[in-house]
Each structure stands twice: as structure tokens, then as C-alpha cells.
Design a protein around this ligand. Structure first.
Ligand SMILES: *[C@@H]1O[C@H](CO)[C@@H](O)[C@H](O)[C@H]1NC(C)=O
Ligand SMILES: *[C@@H]1O[C@H](CO)[C@@H](O)[C@H](O)[C@H]1NC(C)=O
Ligand SMILES: *[C@@H]1O[C@H](CO)[C@@H](O)[C@H](O)[C@H]1NC(C)=O
Length: 358
């Protein structure tokens, strides 16, 4: 599997960049009638690479749903195999800082009035970190698929031949709170075990900070999240890779008890601006069928169609909803595309490329 992926990378490296920059260069005038779609940035998951086939399919889809969209796949390094390695190894604070510099310096992204963002698995909480810490250019809509907003309580299993993964997980198994592990192994930086909550607060290099769980809250984080137009969290309803799966909806799971986001202190005291965002109708809880990252074209088309596109296209469509409504209400009101299940055709390919990432 890993070898197959590497071979594929050899053949696909480079071509994605060509696609990206072949899109028409837009000028983003200060014009209400401008129908140029906002650019989209994508952050891939653990074990994936920015230029893998699956990422390219997602980019193509974003472009076909909103023609003329410039898509920028976020990378830590330009070589695909290095970028994949960096999804396991590195200091997320430093990786994110680099991404912020890259995006702010990008000739087109930096001239856009705003960008849209889609994060797969761990890429979702990293993009939330982008919004909180940098947000230059600002994100309009953030969509996350199967992300670990409230951390994980268990590290994932690896494929037998996936040596990078097995190495990373073996080191993690020793002491997830040691400075070396927190500074070098990516999944450790969103490990959050409620039974070791004090240790987490003290040592977590990334999640405890961007979740504003420590006693001193960062007001910038809160302000930036509240400024989003939409924060859309998809949870895979049969996710077996992410433990607990409810972390994708920012729920807190301790042993057997599940506390929904809206019942948490993080929400009621609004540490992150999520309540403010919810009150203006911008916080969405959506369900995706199947196991972790079983993405289908239908699912992505729906998400990109609902939340991405030209700057002014979606004005006025997010009516405030009472906070007491259950989040998956949206699911019932949806167009119906979702309820028809996953197609075996192209969605299957995306799935095979991305089925392992976290
Ligand atoms: C809050 O976050 C911003 C953005 O990362 C940073 O510039 C600022 O120093 C932080 N403030 C505190 C009090 O940590
Ligand atoms: C991660 O990087 C940041 C920025 O360089 C640094 O301040 C922090 O100490 C590092 N974390 C660990 C656990 O090494
Ligand atoms: C989970 O949280 C509840 C309420 O905060 C607490 O009463 C309970 O003891 C916790 N359970 C575990 C297994 O920690």
C-alpha cells in the first residue's frame, strides 16, 4: 500500500501544480457582482501527501462545482514523500507557521478578499489553527471532514508495511507527554485523554492551546472563529479510525459519557467563539455515511456547492437557528443527495487513496 502510494506519487508529482496555476488568474475587484469563486485551500490528513491522486480529485471537484476556483493544496514540503513524512513527524506549531507564511505570500491567495478552506481529518484542526492564529487572508467557510477537534484518546493502527506510521506509533506509545514526543510526533499534539487531563493541559503542544482550554484565553482565537461565515463539521457515522468519532463534532467523550459541544463549558463560556458563531447560524454539524474518510463525489459536491463559490453568493442564507436545535437537523433538511448512499464509482477511488489517513 505504502509502496503503491509512493509509486503513484512519482507519476503525479508536478501535474497538480500545473493544474493549480492553469486556472484563470482572477483580480478580486471590490465589486459586489464579482462572480469569481473564492480560492480554496485544502489540508490533507495523516499519511497523505498534498499531491496524491485523492487530493487532485478533490481539487478537480472543487473546480467543477465552482468553475474558475483556484485550489491550493497545503504542503509542508514540495516533495510529496517528504510532505507525507511531515504529516507524521514535526512540530505542528512550526508547520502551521510555515503554512501561514506560504499562504500570505502566495500571489493569488494573498490578493483574495477571503479564502475557503477544507480540511481532511487532522488537516481540519490544523486549518482551524490557521484561522485562530493567522487568518491572513481570512477564511470565509471552513469545512472539516472527520477531524479531531476534541483530540483523540487512542492512536490509530498502521498498515503492516507502513514503516513511517509504525515508527511514529511505536514512539508515541512510550510517553505521549514528553517534550520530544510533543515536539516531534504530530498525532501526539492532538492526543487528549480525559483521564490525564492535567497532563494534557500542561504538555499538549497544540490542541490545548488552539482549543483555548488553559486558564489564559487567547482573545484573537475567539474573535477569528466568531468571524467565520460557516464552520461545517462532518462526522463519519461509522468512523472506526478516529477514537472517539464524536471528536469530529467537538464533543467530549469520557469513558461512556458523551457531552455535546453545546453542553460544554468551552461553548457556554465561549472560549473559542463557537457560541457566537452558532448564534449567527454559522456552526453546522453534518453527518457523512460510512467509515473514516469514505468520501464520495456527492458528499464533496454538496459541501462545496453549499459553502464555497463567489464571495457574495451565499449572503443571507445562513439564518440564525435557536441553539437548542439538534445539529444534525440540517441533515434531514438536505437536498437528498446524501441519503442515497455512496456510489461505487469515482468515490471509491477517492476512498482508496484516503482511507487510511487520520
Ligand atoms: C494570541 O494569538 C495570537 C495569534 O497567534 C498571538 O499573536 C498572540 O500573542 C496570542 N496572545 C496571547 C496572550 O498568547
Ligand atoms: C514547537 O515549536 C514552537 C515554535 O518554535 C516552540 O516554541 C515549542 O517549544 C515547540 N514545542 C515543543 C514541544 O518542542
Ligand atoms: C465523566 O464525566 C462525568 C461528569 O463530568 C463524571 O461524573 C464521570 O465520573 C466521568 N467519568 C469518567 C469515566 O471519568
Amino acid at each position: 500500500m505504502a509502496i503503491k502510494n509512493h509509486l503513484r506519487l512519482l507519476f503525479t508529482a508536478g501535474s497538480l501544480l500545473a493544474t493549480t496555476f492553469a486556472s484563470p488568474v482572477s483580480r478580486f475587484e471590490d465589486d459586489d457582482d464579482d462572480d469569481t469563486p473564492l480560492p480554496v485551500v485544502i489540508w490533507h490528513g495523516l499519511g497523505d501527501a498534498y499531491n496524491a491522486d485523492g487530493m487532485r480529485q478533490v481539487a478537480d471537484l472543487a473546480e467543477s462545482v465552482n468553475p474558475g476556483t483556484l485550489v491550493y493544496p497545503i504542503r509542508i514540503e514540495d516533495a510529496g514523500n517528504r510532505d507525507r513524512y511531515d504529516s507524521f513527524v514535526g512540530n505542528v506549531t512550526e508547520q502551521l507557521a510555515k503554512v501561514c507564511v506560504d499562504i500570505a505570500a502566495h500571489p493569488i491567495l494573498s490578493t483574495a478578499p477571503a479564502i475557503d478552506a477544507v480540511g481532511f481529518s487532522q488537516g481540519g484542526q490544523f486549518l482551524r489553527g490557521y484561522v485562530e492564529r493567522c487568518n491572513n487572508p481570512p477564511v470565509r467557510s471552513l469545512i472539516t471532514f472527520g477531524s479531531q477537534h476534541n483530540g483523540i484518546t487512542r492512536f490509530r493502527d498502521c498498515e503492516t508495511n507502513d514503516w513511517i506510521c509504525r515508527f511514529a506509533m511505536a514512539v508515541l506509545g512510550t510517553n505521549p507527554w514528553s517534550p520530544t514526543v510533543q515536539g516531534k510526533l504530530v498525532p501526539a499534539q492532538y492526543f487528549r485523554d480525559p483521564e490525564q487531563y492535567e497532563k494534557y493541559l500542561e504538555h499538549s503542544n497544540f490542541l490545548a492551546d488552539i482549543n483555548n482550554e488553559r486558564s489564559i484565553k487567547n482573545e484573537t482565537y475567539k474573535k477569528n472563529i466568531a468571524k467565520l461565515e460557516n464552520f461545517v463539521m462532518y462526522m463519519f457515522d461509522e468512523d472506526t479510525t478516529v477514537v472517539p468519532k464524536e471528536t469530529s463534532w467537538f464533543e467530549d467523550v469520557n469513558g461512556t459519557e458523551i457531552t455535546p459541544l453545546r453542553a460544554r463549558k468551552l461553548y457556554s463560556e465561549d472560549w473559542l467563539g463557537l457560541r457566537e458563531l452558532d448564534r449567527k447560524g454559522g456552526l453546522k454539524f453534518r453527518t457523512a455515511p460510512g467509515d473514516h474518510m469514505q468520501l464520495s463525489d456527492e458528499l464533496l459536491t454538496e459541501a462545496f456547492g453549499d459553502f464555497f463559490g463567489p464571495l457574495n453568493r451565499h449572503k443571507g442564507r445562513s439564518d440564525p437557528r435557536p441553539a437548542s436545535h439538534v445539529g444534525d437537523e440540517e441533515f434531514d433538511m438536505g437536498s437528498g443527495g446524501r441519503s442515497e448512499g455512496r456510489p461505487a464509482s469515482r468515490g471509491g477511488e477517492v476512498e482508496s487513496d484516503m482511507g487510511n489517513d487520520l
